[in-house]
Design a protein around this ligand. Structure first.
Ligand code: FES
Length: 193
């Protein structure tokens, strides 16, 4: 809908430019002779037509290529307190934000769902105490509850995102803050009570 509106805007812009140029061409006079010069008029009309086509094409191209917001990924996302999993509970998955919120005894972590091997989405299979709680279907990489690699070709643990907790107990995940690591440290988790 937004893209359609931008395209229509681009076309209107082009038509306005064409109209302005057409008016200039129509009223161009030679003050010395007091009459419209046919040759100048034709040249201006051709110039106006060419410019209008270019303006239309350019405006439409810009409208179509304008970057669209593709959802919540890249921004801060609030997970309501009611959706925060219990300690060692099944993770809360935010599909658009591309993360799992897990709650280990060390605290909360938001694990990036993108497999650090070749980028497939990694499903949760559970349970929390399994060394393969997350299993990538593409090449078999496995990760435990806090995203540490326990098998397969992945070169590192699952990446994680910045997490904070607001005064009401809601959890804010910064999906624009994705961090790599070589293993798990308690400092990667955010205490939650
Ligand atoms: S993409 Fe996940 S193991 Fe290859």
């Amino acid at each position: 809908m937004v893209r359609l509106a931008r395209t229509i805007f681009g076309m209107l812009f082009g038509w306005i430019v064409a109209g302005v140029l057409s008016i200039f061409g129509r009223f161009h006079h030679d003050p010395m002779q007091g009459k419209t010069q046919r040759r100048t008029f034709v040249r201006n009309a051709a110039l106006g037509a060419s410019t209008s086509v270019l303006a239309l094409t350019g405006a439409t191209f810009v409208a179509l290529m304008w970057p669209n917001k593709t959802g919540a990924f890249g921004s801060k996302i609030t997970v309501p307190k009611a959706d925060v999993p219990a300690v060692d509970g099944a993770p809360f998955r935010h599909v658009q934000g591309k993360f799992y919120l897990v709650n280990s005894k060390d605290g909360l972590m938001a694990l990036y769902t993108k497999c650090p091997h070749l980028g497939c989405a990694v499903p949760w299979v559970g349970p929390a105490d399994s060394p393969s709680a997350f299993q990538c279907p593409c090449h078999g990489s496995m990760y435990d509850y806090v995203g540490v690699r326990t098998g397969g070709p992945a070169p590192r643990p699952m990446d994680y995102m910045g997490v904070s907790v607001d005064p009401d107990g809601n959890v804010v995940v910064d999906t624009g803050d994705i961090q790599r690591r070589t293993g798990f440290e308690a400092s990667q988790a955010v205490k939650y009570s």
